[in-house]
Design a protein around this ligand. Structure first.
Ligand SMILES: Cc1cc2nc3c(=O)[nH]c(=O)nc-3n(C[C@H](O)[C@H](O)[C@H](O)COP(=O)(O)O)c2cc1C
Length: 318
C-alpha cells in the first residue's frame, strides 16, 4: 500500500518531524510523516515538503492533527499544499476526519487515521480511511480518554475493521513489533523511539535525559479537558496536574501554561518548562541511535523473535 521496504512508520512529531528526520526514516526503508501542526502556514509546509523531496526519493507523508475546529481553514490550506505538491500519503489524527478524508480520497491520496478505540476505528473506516493507526494507552501525545492498552484495543480493532491496522503506543523494539504482528497488525508506527534518534532535533540534553527515563517517568495531563496528553514528568506537568487537581477551568489552565515556544525549547534543551510528549516505551530505550540503526536493529530482533516462535518450546505434544 505504501511502497516501503519495512513495515515501520514514524508518526507526525510536533516540532521534530521535519525534512531531516522524515527523510532519514524514509531512506532507512520506513515511512515518516512531516508534522504540519507546528508549522503554522501553508508555505512553511510547502517548504518542508520540497526540502524532504531533495533529501529522499522514497515516499513520505504529512500528518494533519485535527484537534480544533478553529483551525479548519489552516487544515484545508494544508490539504491544498499536499495536493499541489503531490504527496501521496496522509496521517490524520484527532477530531472527526470525515470531511477531510473525503477531500483526500477524491485525489486518491492514501489516508491513515489514528484512532484509540475500535469504535473510532470503525467510524474512520466508514469515512473512507485506507488504514487505521491504532494507538494504545502507552503512547506519547494523545493516547485517548478510554485508557485501553494495546494488548486489548489492537486485537479488538483488527476484529472490527476490514482495512489494515498499524499498531502504535509503546512499540520501540523488534519484539514489540513481532507481538503487534501476532495480534493482527500489518505495520507499526512509533513516535517515542524516533524522537530520541540522532536525527531528531531534540537538544542533546533532552535526549540524554530521555534515555535515562523509565516507563514510570511519563504522566497524562489534560484529562480534565477530555484531551489526555502523555508527556515526560517535569516541572510543567506538575503545575498542570496541580491546577487540574484543584478543578481549575480550561481558561485558567491555558493561561498558566508555560508560554514558551515548544520547538525553541526542544532545540535549546529546556526539559522543564514545556510539555515534552513521550510514551511509556521510553523505559525500553537506553541508547541514542540513528534512524537506520533503529530500523535495522528492529528488523534483526523481529526476525529472531519469529525464529524462536518456530521452535516455541511447546514440548512433546504428541
Ligand atoms: C515528540 C512527539 C511529538 C508528537 N506530536 C504529534 C503530533 O503533532 N500529532 C500527532 O498526531 N501525533 C503526535 N505524536 C504522537 C506520535 O505520532 C505517535 O502516535 C506516538 O508517539 C506513538 O506512540 P509511541 O510514542 O509509544 O511510539 C507525537 C509524539 C512525540 C514523541
Amino acid at each position: 500500500m505504501l511502497g516501503i521496504e519495512y513495515p515501520i512508520l514514524c508518526g507526525g512529531l510536533f516540532g521534530l518531524s521535519e525534512s531531516k528526520l522524515v527523510s532519514s526514516v524514509c531512506n532507512a526503508g520506513g515511512l515518516a510523516f512531516l508534522s504540519s501542526n507546528h508549522l503554522g502556514s501553508k508555505e512553511a509546509l510547502r517548504q518542508q515538503i520540497r526540502r524532504t523531496k531533495e533529501l529522499t526519493n522514497r515516499p513520505f507523508g504529512v500528518n494533519i492533527s485535527l484537534l480544533s475546529e478553529s483551525k479548519k481553514n489552516l487544515t484545508n490550506d494544508y490539504i491544498d499544499v499536499i495536493m499541489e505538491e503531490n504527496v501521496r500519503v496522509v496521517e490524520t489524527a484527532g477530531n472527526n476526519p470525515t470531511q477531510y478524508i473525503k477531500r483526500l480520497k477524491d485525489e486518491n491520496i492514501t489516508v491513515l487515521h489514528k484512532a484509540t478505540t475500535a469504535r473510532h476505528a470503525v467510524k474512520a473506516e466508514s469515512a473512507g480511511a485506507d488504514a487505521i493507526v491504532l494507538v494504545g494507552y502507552a503512547a506519547a501525545g494523545h493516547p485517548g480518554m478510554e485508557e485501553v492498552g494495546l494488548f486489548v484495543n489492537l486485537p479488538e480493532t483488527v476484529r472490527a475493521v476490514h482495512v489494515p491496522v498499524v499498531a502504535a503506543g509503546g512499540i520501540c523494539t523488534g519484539a514489540g513489533m513481532a507481538g503487534a504482528f501476532l495480534m493482527g497488525a500489518e505495520a507499526v508506527l512509533m513516535g517515542t523511539a524516533f524522537a530520541v534518534t540522532k536525527e531528531s532535533s531534540f537538544h542533546e540534553n533532552i535526549k540524554r535525559k530521555l534515555i535515562q527515563a523509565k516507563s514510570t517517568d511519563t504522566v497524562v495531563v489534560f484529562k480534565s479537558l477530555r484531551n489526555a496528553f502523555r508527556c515526560l514528568k517535569n516541572h510543567e506537568t506538575a503545575r498542570i496536574l496541580e491546577l487540574e487537581r484543584q478543578h481549575a477551568p480550561a481558561e485558567e489552565i491555558f493561561r498558566n501554561l508555560a508560554s514558551g515556544d515548544a520547538k525553541k525549547c526542544y532545540l535549546e534543551g529546556d526539559a522543564d518548562n514545556i510539555l515534552i510528549p513521550i510514551g511509556q516505551g521510553i523505559g525500553l530505550i537506553d541508547h541514542i541511535v540513528s534512524c537506520k540503526e533503529l530500523i535495522n536493529g528492529m528488523m534483526i530482533q523481529y526476525k529472531a523473535c519469529l525464529k524462536n516462535l518456530k521452535d516455541p518450546g511447546l514440548g512433546n505434544e504428541d
